[in-house]
Design a protein around this ligand. Structure first.
Ligand SMILES: Cc1cc2nc3c(=O)[nH]c(=O)nc-3n(C[C@H](O)[C@H](O)[C@H](O)COP(=O)(O)O)c2cc1C
Length: 295
């Protein structure tokens, strides 16, 4: 394992490792204004949602690693404590990147990037009309994390109004995760896109108390067939089945077939049962899978 002591690494090296590892990061496309009303638009992937009540996001215009200068966005929110956080989808990712160009103070990146200004309702900075979601925010606080190159500045943006394009909503009026077509930033020039094929669900262990992987028999935990994800799903079940429930699985024709084909061959029987359990797991039949591996 490569180990890096941060006190011995330079800011550029740190930035590289951390941005590749802490990824993908959502992108805040922030609109701000200066005291003269000049509009600025810049993307920030040091960004996330940190509270839903109050609804609050944080993004971080950092000091440039190259020359330790500060960004217009930071200067603007310190002067006018309002911003719009525009959410970036795939259709606008190239224009978003273009808007990150270091244009001189006073240059409106909406014009440079060919994006459309849409007046906000509560705050002065305009929204990006193309963005699927636009959050009108007031800046509650700006926390400086240092004076050295690479030091972040946390902009605590409290969300006041949420605008959502109708076309990304489902029949219940909620955001359809497959329709919003989000992109995210990774290390270097890498981005990723949330496509319907890349989406999957993991059942929340919210109301239930999973038995835990440590409750599974050693042979199951040390299986050469079952993966960490498989064990995670089995450990998320609430109870270990009783002997009768386990035995009932022996009537499954696929289980029967394995038992008949592996008489006297314990090792292969276990392997084949574990392989069958994986098939059940892939079909979402987790409790049946657990009963199979306990046979
Ligand atoms: C997708 C993307 C994400 C970025 N994320 C950040 C970030 O989190 N923090 C930062 O300081 N700069 C980030 N940058 C670079 C800034 O957008 C860039 O420095 C920009 O010129 C700042 O503009 P400003 O000086 O007008 O505020 C990012 C650039 C891109 C393209």
């Amino acid at each position: 394992m490569k180990t890096i002591n941060v006190s011995e690494a330079g800011p550029a090296q740190l930035q590289n490792y951390l941005q590749y590892a802490i990824a993908p990061r959502p992108i805040c496309f922030a609109t701000t204004i200066d005291t003269a009303g000049n509009v600025n638009l810049s993307p920030f992937s040091f960004f996330n949602l940190f509270s839903s009540n109050p609804p609050l996001c944080v993004f971080s215009p950092a000091r440039r690693v190259r020359d330790n200068t500060t960004k217009h966005t930071l200067e603007n929110v310190l002067a006018v404590s309002e911003c719009v956080i525009n959410i970036v989808n795939y259709d606008m990712v190239q224009q978003t990147s273009l808007a990150s160009t270091e244009y001189a103070r006073g240059v409106n990146e909406f014009e440079k990037a060919g994006l459309t200004m849409l007046p906000s309702q509560l705050v002065r900075p305009p929204r990006v009309a193309e963005a699927p979601v636009q959050l009108e925010c007031t800046v509650r606080e700006v926390i400086s994390l240092g004076e050295n190159p690479g030091a972040g500045n946390l902009v605590l943006a409290e969300i006041r109004l949420i605008h959502i394009k109708e076309e990304i909503l489902d029949a219940d009026g909620k955001i359809d995760q497959a329709k919003i077509d989000l992109v995210a930033r990774l290390g270097g020039d890498w981005y990723c896109r949330v496509t319907p094929e890349s989406l999957f669900k993991v059942t929340k262990p919210l109301t239930t108390l999973g038995i835990g992987v440590d409750s599974l028999p050693t042979a199951v935990r040390n299986s050469r067939v079952l993966t960490g994800n498989d064990l995670g799903m089995l450990g998320n079940l609430e109870v270990l089945p009783g002997p009768e429930e386990i035995d009932s699985m022996a009537n499954d024709p696929r289980v029967k077939e394995i038992f008949d084909a592996t008489i006297g061959d314990v090792a292969n029987r276990e392997r084949e049962l574990h392989e069958l359990a994986r098939i059940f797991l892939n079909e979402g039949k987790v409790s049946e899978a657990l009963r199979i591996v306990l046979l």
